[in-house]
Design a protein around this ligand. Structure first.
Ligand code: DAH
Length: 336
């Protein structure tokens, strides 16, 4: 084996080494257990004694040169990343790669519904759903709303265009319709909540929209009283807003409850002043309603409530304009 050629080859290759991987391949090829210098040493052993001394000396010298070159190349390759880091400009504006693939989150209204579902589940309420497209019977008639009642006004509701004489259909104006749908199918004891969308042709402003969400609650059992209603809503408010939140019930009127009440919670404003905020309506289910669905009002009593979900979410998150929920501005939505 020609040692001058071997040395020349090794030195040419050494000059082209940059990465730690290249340096390691070089080591294996020349200095490894089966490398060229090992083969040269094997060759040395086969030589005649007269040639051994000279070849052995030149082999050692060549190997030392290559060994030194290898160690320098190794050190240089290891230092390479540090040199790259030094070239990194920390004043460059960042590029959030995650942004391109950023996973979505549940809408804040959806999250609020989940929380409400969880809190009422603790009181034994099962979550159900009803259709958003309703007929007059479920949205009004069975709820004891008389035929000429102003709540039926076409200006207050989204009625569908129907052929003359056909029974009216509408986008439900209240989730109370789900009370009827449940009681048609299920006998007491009943304890359900029904979250969902409702529709009214209101002019859009900071507190109104033509679509919003309500959470309906219904409990029908033997011996249920106003005390149970108040306990239920009071417990819910404490769990949702905090144990020290003051609540109150104000006498009110709804066709489907008797007596009826409005449920308020006292909030402290940022400036320290306090304000009662109405969360929804409630009351004892009217005997006429129970009769409509063939539940005997002499045997069973019930309470019901309807809470505005946007209002709850706004209070919870300190939001003062309902429109942000429906504009789908990701800068808003990403905060949840
Ligand atoms: N449906 C009523 C509304 O939309 C709210 C309501 C009041 C629901 C009293 C109830 C209730 O279940 O008992 O204004």
């Amino acid at each position: 084996m020609n040692l001058e050629d071997l040395l020349a080859c090794a030195q040419r290759e050494l000059a082209g080494l940059h990465t730690p991987e290249q340096v390691e391949s070089f080591r294996i090829k020349y200095l490894g257990a089966k490398g060229w210098f090992k083969q040269a040493a094997d060759h040395l052993r086969t030589l005649e004694p007269s040639l051994k001394r000279d070849y052995g000396r030149r082999l050692n010298e060549a190997k030392q040169v290559v060994q030194r070159g290898y160690e320098q190349a190794k050190a240089a390759a290891a230092a390479q990343p540090a040199a790259d880091a030094a070239a990194f400009d920390i004043t460059e504006p960042g590029r959030l790669r995650f942004d391109h693939y950023r996973p979505g989150t549940w809408h804040p209204i959806h999250q609020t519904i989940d929380t409400l579902t969880e809190l009422f589940a603790r009181q034994g309420f099962a979550r159900v759903e009803g259709p958003e497209l309703e007929d007059d019977f479920h949205n009004f008639e069975a709820l004891n709303v008389p035929p000429q009642h102003p709540a039926r006004d076409p200006l207050e509701n989204f009625y569908l265009d129907r052929p003359a004489g056909a029974p009216p259909y509408m986008l439900r104006s209240q989730t109370s319709s789900v009370q009827i749908r449940v009681m048609e199918k299920q006998r007491p004891p009943i304890r359900i909540i029904a979250p969902g969308r409702v529709y009214r042709p209101d002019t859009v402003d900071a507190t109104h929209c033509w679509m919003f969400h309500q959470l309906e609650g219904l409990c029908v059992e033997r011996g249920v009283s106003m005390v149970d209603l108040k306990t239920s809503l009071h417990q819910f408010a404490r769990a949702f807003f905090g144990a020290d939140v003051p609540t109150r019930f104000r006498p009110s009127f709804f066709p489907f409850t008797e007596p009826s009440a409005e449920f308020d919670v006292l909030f402290t404003q940022p400036d320290g002043s306090t304000r009662w905020v109405e969360l929804g309506g409630c009351g004892m289910v009217h005997p006429n309603v129970l009769e409509k669905v063939n539940i005997d009002p002499d045997t069973y009593t019930g309470f019901a409530f309807g809470l505005g979900i946007e209002r709850l979410a706004m209070r919870r998150h300190g939001i003062d304009d309902i429109r942000v929920f429906f504009e789908n501005d990701v800068r808003f939505l990403r905060q949840f």
